[in-house]
Design a protein around this ligand. Sequence first.
Ligand SMILES: [Ca+2]
Ligand SMILES: [Ca+2]
Length: 90
Amino acid sequence: MSIESLDVRYRPARGNTVKTPRPTSLTSSYGCTYDAWNRLVKVYVDVNTNGDYDTGTDTLITLNEYDGLNRRAKKHIDTAAPAAPDGVDT
Ligand SMILES: [Ca+2]
Ligand SMILES: [Ca+2]
Protein backbone atom coordinates (compact mmCIF):
# COMPACT_ATOMS: atom_id res chain seq x y z
CA MET A 1 0.00 0.00 0.00
CA SER A 2 1.30 3.41 -0.89
CA ILE A 3 0.85 6.59 1.10
CA GLU A 4 -1.11 8.03 -1.83
CA SER A 5 -3.82 5.38 -1.38
CA LEU A 6 -4.61 6.37 2.23
CA ASP A 7 -7.83 8.32 2.71
CA VAL A 8 -6.95 11.32 4.86
CA ARG A 9 -9.13 14.42 4.74
CA TYR A 10 -8.79 17.83 6.31
CA ARG A 11 -11.21 20.63 7.01
CA PRO A 12 -9.52 23.32 4.90
CA ALA A 13 -10.61 26.38 6.89
CA ARG A 14 -9.03 25.10 10.11
CA GLY A 15 -6.60 22.41 8.97
CA ASN A 16 -8.03 19.75 11.28
CA THR A 17 -7.94 16.13 10.18
CA VAL A 18 -11.55 14.99 9.83
CA LYS A 19 -10.86 11.55 8.38
CA THR A 20 -7.86 9.38 9.18
CA PRO A 21 -6.91 5.76 8.37
CA ARG A 22 -7.54 3.05 10.96
CA PRO A 23 -4.31 1.60 12.32
CA THR A 24 -5.45 -1.99 11.75
CA SER A 25 -7.07 -1.43 8.37
CA LEU A 26 -5.54 1.40 6.40
CA THR A 27 -8.19 1.22 3.73
CA SER A 28 -10.85 2.02 6.36
CA SER A 29 -10.97 5.25 8.30
CA TYR A 30 -12.05 7.00 11.48
CA GLY A 31 -13.88 10.30 11.61
CA CYS A 32 -12.77 13.12 13.92
CA THR A 33 -14.70 16.07 15.34
CA TYR A 34 -13.41 19.26 16.97
CA ASP A 35 -14.89 21.94 19.16
CA ALA A 36 -14.87 25.68 18.48
CA TRP A 37 -11.34 25.91 19.92
CA ASN A 38 -9.93 23.30 17.47
CA ARG A 39 -9.63 20.67 20.19
CA LEU A 40 -10.12 17.04 19.18
CA VAL A 41 -13.36 15.92 20.84
CA LYS A 42 -14.48 12.71 19.16
CA VAL A 43 -12.92 9.93 17.12
CA TYR A 44 -15.49 7.56 15.69
CA VAL A 45 -16.32 4.83 13.21
CA ASP A 46 -18.66 6.41 10.70
CA VAL A 47 -21.03 3.44 10.50
CA ASN A 48 -23.51 5.13 8.13
CA THR A 49 -20.67 6.68 6.08
CA ASN A 50 -22.22 10.15 5.94
CA GLY A 51 -19.07 11.95 7.05
CA ASP A 52 -20.60 13.22 10.31
CA TYR A 53 -20.84 11.81 13.82
CA ASP A 54 -24.34 10.50 14.53
CA THR A 55 -25.22 9.66 18.15
CA GLY A 56 -26.69 6.18 18.42
CA THR A 57 -25.52 5.15 14.97
CA ASP A 58 -21.77 5.69 14.76
CA THR A 59 -19.31 3.99 17.12
CA LEU A 60 -17.40 6.39 19.37
CA ILE A 61 -13.87 5.20 20.14
CA THR A 62 -12.44 8.32 21.83
CA LEU A 63 -14.12 11.19 23.67
CA ASN A 64 -11.99 14.01 25.10
CA GLU A 65 -13.11 16.57 27.70
CA TYR A 66 -11.22 19.83 28.30
CA ASP A 67 -11.03 22.33 31.10
CA GLY A 68 -11.17 26.10 30.75
CA LEU A 69 -7.39 26.30 30.30
CA ASN A 70 -7.48 24.05 27.18
CA ARG A 71 -6.05 21.10 29.05
CA ARG A 72 -7.50 17.70 28.35
CA ALA A 73 -9.25 16.91 31.63
CA LYS A 74 -10.62 13.49 30.74
CA LYS A 75 -10.13 10.97 27.95
CA HIS A 76 -12.71 8.25 27.41
CA ILE A 77 -11.52 5.38 25.22
CA ASP A 78 -12.85 2.21 23.70
CA THR A 79 -10.50 -0.54 24.86
CA ALA A 80 -11.94 -2.85 22.18
CA ALA A 81 -10.63 -0.57 19.42
CA PRO A 82 -9.06 -0.78 16.96
CA ALA A 83 -9.68 -4.54 16.61
CA ALA A 84 -13.42 -4.56 17.33
CA PRO A 85 -14.69 -1.08 18.31
CA ASP A 86 -17.92 -1.16 20.34
CA GLY A 87 -18.10 2.35 21.83
CA VAL A 88 -16.22 4.16 24.59
CA ASP A 89 -16.05 2.23 27.84
CA THR A 90 -18.09 3.60 30.73
CA1 LIG B 1 -22.17 9.06 10.55
CA1 LIG C 1 -15.90 -0.38 24.50
